[in-house]
Design a protein around this ligand. Structure first.
Ligand code: PEP
Ligand code: MG
Length: 582
């Protein structure tokens, strides 16, 4: 008998896993109220403080064990949890409750948890709403120590290799332990596409299916499972034929992954001889290793927002410079495109913009270049540092979220002024440093010709372009289903930008998620795109597709498709552009 459960699939390098189920007991511990005497308050307070301390030590130990290759967002999650364990809102309020209500520490912590979760629940921003998971994870860690149940179960478990983990939810710390112990996949009850678990699965390259309600009740510990992250399904107790079918798929997938490594030093050139530039998107100095490992042609997008996060004051020029210099030098001469600050909307850094009023519609408010032009103290030190770092390697400046030419002219005059300043001060810089702009607002896409005239290069940011063109908040689960890169309006906007760049002789690249999606690469090649920038993990597969593609054929096919985008469902035609069959 085969039982099938369906959820949201998170594909990694591999998408199929076959293995025995490992049921992990997670989830919230239900605390009970116990009344204590006034004499017991000191003891109870001490118990609570010790549990917090122990939870902190556990997490610090995990933080120290994180291998250098671990993606930066995982470290950011752990750092957030560590900060929460030091936050008075979480660790001091329960002590007050123990005193005022004469109750046990578990109950006082539970009350605090409920109050904090209520605050998160009331938030408008769906991304922030999901951050109540952080509260639950941290509270869960303290509760385990309080009730003496903390057995480090995942950390000490040797038997996880090749297992498919079933859990209600997973903490970042558990996830790291599991990756280090070679788990095959995981399946969780909680989570949507923006949840921790989804983000962690993508970053760590572990296939997962998330959001199968009550999966830990349907499936049993030790039972044989097949997980297909491509379809978002889990099969339990498969019959022999099903098992053989999936075993074959695993073999094919493994061989494919191994064959991709052979492409590292091969050129990204199409079957009919057109050179394509394949670059990566990075966020931190730690990402240099992955960039060099796959021999990327350059960095097409360096998101600098991380420098501004989790701190009280914006970084000064020297801090910017030190960070950029480490990256530029680490890249051994390949070009890097440094995007100026894109804070606001989904990228928050409260500490850097103390006096900012909360926007009623942040995605349409003071973000990216709008914020920078209003706040010279954020922008000028960054621009000066980018100019100064250009003596250490080939550097380009990229401006996010341009919507009109006036913004661009203002930025260029600031850059000219800073160049004069630096010259007077005796600092070196590349006087011809290229200045490019991100085309991610529909207005800018439709005015791409004017932008191309005044910029050295354009880069299409499809994540935002789709959000703004289709009027769908990119972090809102409720409208995610409308997020459609193949919408005729999006394809027309992209094509228009590529043509505008070509007409003006200015390179056009794409650095939104669409650029790294194997399904869309042939379409984009056929539209005339020659520069792609993507997550390092997607680059070798992109190269494989490019090397098997025929530009002449694709150009003809896509021109034909574009003639019919209003009449036909274009997604039906996309697989036919794909050059190689698996
Ligand atoms: C984009 O909008 O496509 C993009 C690459 O920028 P970000 O995802 O950082 O907003
Ligand atoms: Mg963007």
């Amino acid at each position: 008998m085969t039982l099938m459960c369906a959820g949201i699939g998170i594909g990694a390098t591999s998408t199929i896993a076959i293995g025995k189920a490992y049921c992990l007991q997670t989830g919230q511990i239900e605390a009970c109220r116990r009344t204590i005497t006034a004499e017991e308050v000191a003891h109870e307070t001490c118990r609570f403080q010790q549990a917090v301390l122990a939870a902190r030590q556990d997490l610090k130990a995990v933080r120290e064990q994180i291998p250098a290759s671990t993606p930066t967002d995982i470290c950011a999650f752990i750092d957030t949890h560590l900060l929460m364990l030091e936050d008075v809102a979480l660790v001091e309020a329960p002590i007050e409750t123990i005193k005022s209500q004469l109750c046990n520490a578990e109950w006082a912590l539970q009350l605090r948890r409920n109050a904090l979760v209520k605050i998160f629940d009331a938030m408008d921003d769906p991304y922030l709403r999901t951050r109540k998971d952080d509260v639950d994870h941290v509270v869960g860690q303290i509760q385990k120590h309080l009730i003496g149940q903390y057995d480090n179960s995942v950390a000490n478990e040797d038997d996880l290799k090749g297992r498919i983990i079933l859990a209600q939810d997973l903490t970042p710390a558990d996830t790291i332990h599991m990756r280090n112990r070679g788990v095959a996949a995981f399946v969780t009850e909680c989570g949507g596409p923006m949840s921790h678990t989804a983000i962690l699965a993508r970053s760590l390259g572990i296939p997962a299916v998330i959001g199968i309600h009550r999966v830990t009740q349907y499936l049993q510990h030790g039972e044989l499972l097949i997980m297909d992250a491509e379809q978002g399904v889990v099969l339990a107790d498969p019959d022999e034929r099903t098992l053989q079918h999936f075993q074959k798929r695993v073999e094919v997938e493994q061989a494919h992954i191994a064959s991709l490594r052979a492409l590292v030093n091969e050129p990204a050139i199409t079957a009919d001889g057109t050179d394509i530039t394949l670059m990566v998107n990075i966020e931190l100095p730690e990402d240099i290793e992955a960039t060099n490992d796959i021999a990327a042609a350059g960095v097409g997008l360096y998101r600098t927002e991380f420098l501004y996060m989790n701190r009280e004051h914006p970084p000064n020029e020297e801090e910017h410079l030190a960070s950029y210099r480490q990256i530029v030098e680490g890249l051994n001469g390949i070009p890097i495109t440094i995007r100026t600050l894109d804070l606001g909307a989904d990228k928050e850094a409260d500490g850097c913009c103390h006096d900012m009023q909360p926007a009623s519609n942040p995605a349409l408010g003071l973000r990216a270049i709008r914020l920078c032009l209003k706040e010279p103290k954020l922008f000028r030190p960054q621009l000066r540092a980018i100019l100064r770092v250009s003596v250490y390697g080939p550097v380009r400046i990229m401006i996010p979220m341009l919507s009109n030419l006036q913004e661009l002219h203002t930025v260029k005059s600031i850059i000219d002024e800073l160049k004069r300043e630096l010259k007077q001060e005796g600092h070196g810089f590349d006087p011809e440093i290229p200045i490019g702009g991100m085309i991610e607002v529909p207005a800018a896409a439709l005015a791409a010709d004017s932008f191309a005239r005044h910029l050295d290069f354009l880069s299409i940011g499809t994540n935002d372009l789709i959000q703004y063109a289709l009027a769908i908040d990119r972090v809102d689960d409720e409208v995610n289903y409308l997020y459609d890169p193949l919408h005729p309006s999006i394809l027309r906007l992209i094509q228009y930008v590529i043509q505008a760049g070509r007409k003006r002789g200015k390179p056009v690249s794409m650095c939104g998620e669409m650029a790294g999606n194997p399904l869309y690469i042939p379409l984009l090649l056929g539209m005339g795109l020659r520069e792609f920038s993507m997550q390092p993990g997607s680059l070798l597969e992109a190269k494989r597709i490019i090397r098997a593609s025929d530009i002449g054929h694709l150009t003809e096919q896509v021109a034909n498709l574009m003639q019919h985008i209003d009449e036909d469902d274009i997604s039906r035609w996309i697989p036919q552009l794909y050059p190689v069959t698996h």
